[in-house]
Every structure is written in structure tokens, then in C-alpha cells.
Design a protein around this ligand. Sequence first.
Ligand SMILES: NC(=O)c1ccc[n+]([C@@H]2O[C@H](COP(=O)([O-])OP(=O)(O)OC[C@H]3O[C@@H](n4cnc5c(N)ncnc54)[C@H](O)[C@@H]3O)[C@@H](O)[C@H]2O)c1
Length: 318
Amino acid sequence: MQADEVKKVSVIGAGIMGHGIAISYALGGYNVTLNDVNDEVLDKALNRIRKAVETFAESALISGDMVDQTLSRIHATSHLETAAQEADIIVEAVSEKLDLKRKLFARLDLLCPERTILASNTSSLLIGDIGAEVKRKDKILITHYFNPAHIVPVVEIARGAETSDETVDLLHGLLKKLKKVPIRINKEIPGLLINRIQNAIRREVWSLLEQGVASAEDIDNAVKGTFGFRLASIGPLLTYDLAGLDTACQVSRNLFPVICDSHEVPLFIKKKVEEGALGRKSGKGIFDYSEEEWQEKVKQRDKEFLERLKCLYWSKKD
Ligand SMILES: NC(=O)c1ccc[n+]([C@@H]2O[C@H](COP(=O)([O-])OP(=O)(O)OC[C@H]3O[C@@H](n4cnc5c(N)ncnc54)[C@H](O)[C@@H]3O)[C@@H](O)[C@H]2O)c1
């Protein structure tokens, strides 16, 4: 199968990631079947999808006419059989549980046509483990999106030991057609590239906050206004070349021995989770905002993301 032969894409799991992945394919002109366990979850997802697509139009990334066209390409169903039927590509975005994903892949392997490629959006599992029970081992891989999936450009592509070059190349071509930036991961490792890098930052940021080195607001503002500011335009490796590898080397020699290398999540975060302080989804986490304030933060974030997407990615001709 070639990228231009793909007609139907199905997304399994309509949560935070699944609804965004569905939008991305629908914006690219594909018919998408979105599946979840019940109609209530799907109704919620369709509402979110409408709002997100309207915001694309408000930011002039798509025309007003394209809103209804895009929405008409997304069909919701709670029947897995309907999602599997005639699908060329299936993207799995269900909860991060190995057993659940493995059983789902095994079931899809039985239900789908022979040509169907099965992609997982897992953040931390290996495709070899998720697809342990499928026969089509040449047609399984990870396509790992970042939240919000319809906005953030990069998608990591990771193959399993038996994934074919054709499968990887097809997804690579398809994602480029969706104006995404596909990144090939050459080794099967947990967390791929970006979650490993993000977790290195998370460990240090939580440790600095726990030690009281600065307030949560100041840590966030410091990161946003320094390497956060730079990173949208220039990657870390080129940054080190521009700064001088000798200097980078000396700074790391001094700091590697003193920065956090814990294998444990800090106690204050574990406690917050135990107490149900999960962040936006439960009202408070590290920050304690009212519902209106959370909504305002997310609205502002999405507005800025879309501006950045427009000027750094969608305006490019290639
Ligand atoms: N949230 C993120 O920032 C993020 C980023 C990248 C990757 N991921 C990965 O994406 C996947 C989904 O994460 P999420 O944040 O969207 O989770 P979520 O909890 O928001 O959504 C998961 C959805 O899967 C549905 N589901 C569970 N079992 C199902 C089944 N058998 N059939 C159909 N639907 C089923 C649930 O009802 C739920 O709606 C996970 O593997 C996660 O690790 C998440």
C-alpha cells in the first residue's frame, strides 16, 4: 500500500490524544472513524473536536469553509468492528496499560483486513510487547504524538524488530502529507527520544521545587524565557555548537555530579497524586487556579501554539 492509497483511518480511544489525532487526519483530508468504549465519551470527544477545529479557523490556519468539511470526515462509533472494517491505518490511543493494548492489537489483527497497519501512540511501552500476539508483525509500529496532537508538529515513528521498511516509509510519507514532522527512531527503546529528554527536565524541575530553590511561577517563567524561548527555533545540539563545546563540556563537568539523579518520583508529588491534586483535571496540582483561570491558561496556550505553528511550520512550502 502507498500513502496515496490510504482512504480510511481509524483512531481507537477518543481521549486527550485520540481526539487530536483524529483532527489531524481529518484536516489532511482523510475519513476518520473514532472509536471509544461508549457513546457518552464519544459525544464529549466530538464537542472537543468541533471547538478545536473552529479555533484553527479563528487563527486563520484553515478557512471557515473547511470547518464543516473537516468535521464531516469524522465518524464516531462505539463498535470496534465498524472501526476495523475497511481501515487502512489504525491508530491506537487507549490508556497506557500493556495488557489492554496487547489484547486490543490481537483483536484488531483478527478483525482488520490484511493490508491494515496498526500504529500505537504509547508513551512508554515497546511495540514488540504491544504486538506480541499479532500475526502481521511487519505492519505494526509506534506513531507517537504530543499533546495537543492536532497542533504539535513532531510525531515520533518507532519500529519493532520485524516492522517492514514499507510500513515505516508509508507512515513517514502520510504524516508529511498531514503537515507533521515525522522523526524516525532507530532503536526500540522505552520513551523514544522526547519522553526521555522531557523526563530528564521533569526530574530536575521537581527537585528544584522540592528544595525551595525558586517558586513554581519563577521556575516556569525562567524556563519559558531561556531555553524554552530558544528551542522553538533552534535545537539543543546546534545550541551547544554555537555556545562552544569546550564551555558546554566544562559546565557539565561541574554540574553533572550535583544535579538530581534520583530513580524515585519525589515525595511531594506522590503525596499530591495520593490526595487527588492531579492538576487541571482535578482543579489543583502544583498550581491552584479556579476553573475560569485554567480555561484562560489553556486558551492562551492554544492561541500562542497556533501562532507558532502558522509562522514556523505551516507557512513553509516543502
Ligand atoms: N496525554 C498525553 O500528553 C500523551 C502524550 C503522548 C502519548 N500519550 C499516550 O496516548 C495514549 C492515550 O492517552 P490519553 O492521554 O489520550 O488518555 P485518556 O485517558 O485521555 O484517553 C484514553 C481513552 O481510551 C479509551 N479506552 C480505554 N479502553 C478502550 C478500549 N478497549 N477501546 C476503546 N477505547 C478505550 C478511554 O475510554 C479513554 O477515552 C496512552 O498510551 C498515552 O500514554 C499521551
